[in-house]
Design a protein around this ligand. Structure first.
Ligand code: NI
Length: 174
């Protein structure tokens, strides 16, 4: 397994639209292991998307189960060719991103979603999600469209915040 390099804003490669995954083979599973290793090496990331390491395919990992403050969740999820098929409600919340290490921002997201995605074996699954998990998924799916949370701020002046503490930054950049 390997920790991969994370592309940082304003790298234009983060603006690419991801291609569907077609082969659920050993090479894909190795990549998933590397992507997970990369997520865990970062500063407490609850999600990561393949395009953030330059692999422009429709694959994200989300896991909010280890957050200090518990939220409803489905545990560790590898979501392949994911698609949101229902949205409900909306709320504002704070987001960060491994590709935008120095800032967080307030973004409006749907409060509830129904998500359809394939797992690493290619099986289609469906999830009803809410709150923080739904937010994390919407954030990661934006990466597959070449978008960052910066693109969704209502106002850069009032909704963008410099990180005061970013504990693993030195390590992360090393
Ligand atoms: Ni992100």
């Amino acid at each position: 397994m390997a920790v991969l390099e994370i592309l940082k804003h304003p790298d234009v490669r983060l603006q690419q639209v991801a291609e569907p995954v077609e082969r659920f083979d050993a090479a894909l599973h190795r990549f998933i292991d590397d992507l997970e290793q990369t997520r865990l090496a970062g500063p407490g990331a609850v999600g990561i998307a393949a395009p953030q390491v330059g692999e422009v395919i429709q694959l994200v990992i989300v896991d909010i189960s280890t957050m200090k403050k518990p939220h409803p969740n489905h545990g560790h999820l590898v979501l392949i060719n994911p698609e949101i098929i229902k949205w409900k409600g909306h709320e504002v919340g704070r987001e960060g991103c491994l590709s935008v290490p120095d800032f967080t921002g307030n973004v409006i997201r749907a409060q509830q979603i129904v998500l359809q995605a394939q797992n690493p074996q290619g099986e289609v699954q469906r999830f009803e999600m809410q709150g923080f998990e739904a937010r994390a998924v919407q954030h990661e799916l934006d990466h597959l469209e070449g978008m960052l949370f910066l693109d969704r701020l209502v106002s850069r002046r009032s909704d963008l915040f410099a990180r005061k503490v970013f504990q693993k930054k030195a390590k992360n950049r090393g």
